[in-house]
Design a protein around this ligand. Structure first.
Ligand SMILES: [Mg+2]
Length: 399
């Protein structure tokens, strides 16, 4: 039984920090005249919007959205070209500021991560909140980047809290109130329940997170299949994942897609996975990183999932070495041969892109230069190049 002393000892020491409209905020930090405007970072012509200001979002622009559509819903949208190298630099500085508070920082992606304040010796939740308000202010004062902060006893609840009142959100969930905090929220706030899954759950009468906890075991088994226990734990706000500071594990690049209708066709899934490789690898090159491991995850309509991974002998920042892994990974992961609801690709085993073994260096260097050229073309919106299909949707005018 948790007596008053035990309750007093439990502190909300896990923090999720999430920059608001990160790419746009970086651009606004450089050009303050963009602040308060309907603006977005994205490629022209056949490009997509990668970050939109809150003013642009109010106008119906979201990410990822084709630029052409964004300009249709918001004709006075100011389109900003992606500034190469800027976001990585600002991101590093932001996390360096976090590390002045605690050494336990998990950099999840360029714009969000977790802090574990456990070793900091805070005695009260108030002291933790004051320190986090101070961090939020320092990131703004030094970098002009607005961030939202969620504070809780675990990663799951902290992450949901940080996203709740964006931009410049600040939400702290007291220990013991995790389930009560989540109960009134729409089920779509739970990680993994996306815009396509939410209506499926709503049709089952599950509108809020609390609705899940009111169902019988039999009903939950029918709705969620084998994954039902995990759903219940999530709805209760339970999560025991540690904040993982190991740079190599913490840093990964991933992308997932939930299908509007379940897909049966293996070649279609393979095509989607290869497109994800094409979209992730330019980010890896831009960060100056290389990766070794590719993980493919598939999820069935009943929410059960399978995950399989393969690791290359050497890390790379090129697409080609990973293409041949797609088909075997898909065969390994997709054993039930049922239609799929979701596919995701994740690259981990991240290393700094440094010196290559001499004998591979030259041939790879050539391919890398080609890949950089393609990245530039895609970024500049001069041409949309489909890399794995060996076809140019539109020939580049100049290189
Ligand atoms: Mg963000």
């Amino acid at each position: 039984m948790a007596g008053p002393d035990n309750m007093a000892l439990r502190l909300p020491t896990i923090v999720h920090l999430d920059a608001d409209a990160f790419f746009v905020s970086c651009e606004q930090a450089l050009k303050p005249e963009l602040r308060g405007t309907k603006c977005a970072v994205g490629g022209r012509e056949r490009g997509i919007i990668s970050s939109a200001s809150y003013e642009a979002r109010a106008c119906g622009v979201y990410t990822p959205m084709p630029t052409m559509r964004a300009l249709k819903v918001c004709p006075d949208l100011i389109l900003i070209r992606h500034t190469s190298g800027l976001y990585g630099k600002v991101s590093h500085r932001m996390f360096d500021l976090c590390e002045t508070v605690t050494p336990l920082v998990q950099r999840n992606s360029v714009d969000e991560g977790y802090l574990d304040l456990g070793p900091c010796g805070f005695k009260t939740a108030e002291a933790i909140e004051a320190a986090m308000r101070d961090l939020q202010r320092r990131i703004w004062d030094e970098l002009r980047i607005p961030v939202s902060i969620g504070i809780a006893t675990n990663k799951l609840v902290a992450q949901i809290a940080s996203k709740l009142r964006k931009p410049r959100g600040f939400v702290s969930v007291p220990p013991g109130e995790e389930a009560a905090f989540l109960a009134p929220l729409p089920v779509g706030k739970l990680p993994g329940v996306g815009v396509k899954t939410e209506p499926v759950l709503q049709r089952q009468g599950l509108n809020t997170v609390g609705d899940i906890l009111r169902r019988s075991e039999e009903e939950l088994k029918r709705i969620f299949g084998r994954g039902w226990r995990e759903m219940v734990a999530m709805a209760r706000g339970e999560d025991d994942r540690p904040v993982d500071t190991a740079e190599e594990d913490a840093k990964s690049y991933s992308q997932q897609e939930t299908f509007a209708t379940d897909i049966h066709d293996a070649s279609e899934i393979e095509r989607i996975a290869k497109r994800m490789i094409d979209e992730l690898m330019p980010k890896i090159r831009q960060d100056g990183k290389q990766v070794r491991t590719m993980t493919l995850k598939v999820r069935y309509p009943d929410f059960t999932q399978e995950t399989h991974a393969r690791t290359l002998e050497r890390a790379t920042d090129l697409e080609a070495p990973f293409y041949p892994l797609v088909s075997p990974l898909l065969r390994a992961a997709w054993r039930k041969r049922l239609p799929l609801r979701l596919v995701s690709v994740r690259f981990s085993g991240v290393e700094d892109g440094s010196d290559q073994l001499e004998m591979f260096a030259q041939a790879e260097e050539k391919r890398r230069r080609l890949a950089h050229v393609l990245d530039r073309l895609n970024q500049g919106g001069k041409a949309e190049v489909v890399r794995h299909g060996h076809q140019l949707a539109k020939p580049p005018k100049s290189v």
